[in-house]
Design a binder for this molecule. Structure first.
Ligand SMILES: NC(=O)c1ccc[n+]([C@@H]2O[C@H](COP(=O)([O-])OP(=O)(O)OC[C@H]3O[C@@H](n4cnc5c(N)ncnc54)[C@H](O)[C@@H]3O)[C@@H](O)[C@H]2O)c1
Length: 253
């Protein structure tokens, strides 16, 4: 069966779990060849195995997005394996312990900014030259609902995700005439391994989130994946520099 992304190559960072994994599965379903880059080798290899068992084409490249040299190598390996990068989903991001701005530890700030903001920039720095060489490509950067509004006790997270939007808009303008589109997604609360711990620690958290979300529930990783695929598709050919909230309506209350 033909897929929407036959003969295309998709690079997904943080593809071993959660939203990244769901997006890797969705790209593979549409017949893209998928490179999964992640710091977790076992989960990354498991994800590749599942894609191959379903008849897809995927590779795992162990990558720590906090390290410039590993990002450079991730892109080099992607080109070495598949010869091109049509779509890049720069998805890796981390949270740290919650604290008020005046109490926020500097090392947490540096760690988070390094991964959530600098990591996205470095991914684009190494992806874009290949997209230019091949005549185009699509980049989707991971922001968050916290990139659209303030998030008490998460100053670095919110600042990093706002930063991703500035980076996305700027890069979109720079390469608009070169056939490269750059957009961002801003998920609200999504049920992933990353949020599961928080939901378990605070038994009332889910009820609270449900009550404050117009659709009355948390989102699913697949719901972010489908938006990322659409942004990569020709259906979104005139869309660049945008951020899309995928949040069950939370941002318009
Ligand atoms: N889940 C949510 O509610 C939500 C909401 C808004 C935004 N986001 C953003 O979506 C992205 C993915 O979130 P998720 O909930 O799927 O997370 P997750 O924790 O479930 O998965 C994150 C993946 O990234 C990988 N990773 C973490 N640090 C890495 C590093 N330094 N180098 C390479 N890989 C690394 C992990 O191993 C894991 O596979 C993040 O950027 C997050 O900020 C999530």
């Amino acid at each position: 069966m033909e897929g929407k992304f036959q003969n295309k190559v998709a690079l997904v960072t943080g593809g071993a779990m959660g939203i990244g994994q769901a997006t890797a599965f969705a790209f593979a379903r549409e017949k893209a060849k998928v490179v999964i880059a992640d710091i977790m080798a076992k989960d990354g290899e498991d994800t590749v195995r599942k894609i191959r068992e379903a008849g897809g084409n995927a590779y795992f490249v162990k990558t720590d997005i906090s390290q410039r040299s590993e990002i450079e190598e991730m892109v080099r390996e992607t080109i070495g394996i598949y010869d091109r990068i049509d779509y890049a989903f720069n998805n890796v991001g981390v949270g740290v312990n919650l604290a008020l701005t005046a109490d926020f530890p500097e090392e947490d700030w540096d760690h988070l900014m390094n991964i959530n903001l600098k990591g996205v920039w470095l991914c684009m720095k190494y992806e874009i030259p290949h997209m230019l060489k091949q005549g185009g490509g699509v980049i989707v950067n991971m922001s968050s609902a916290s990139g659209l509004h303030g998030t008490p006790r998460q100053c670095a997270y919110s600042a990093s995700k706002h930063g991703v939007l500035g980076l996305t808009k700027t890069t979109a303008l720079e390469y608009a005439k070169s056939g490269i589109r750059v957009n961002a997604v801003c998920p609200g609360p999504i049920r992933t391994p990353g949020t599961e711990g928080y939901l378990k620690r605070d038994p009332e958290a889910e009820a609270r989130l449900n009550a404050t979300t117009p659709t009355g529930r948390l989102g699913l990783p697949q719901e972010i994946a489908e938006t990322v695929l659409w942004l990569c598709s020709d259906g979104a050919s005139y869309i660049t520099g945008q951020s899309i909230a995928i949040d069950g309506g939370r941002s318009v209350v």
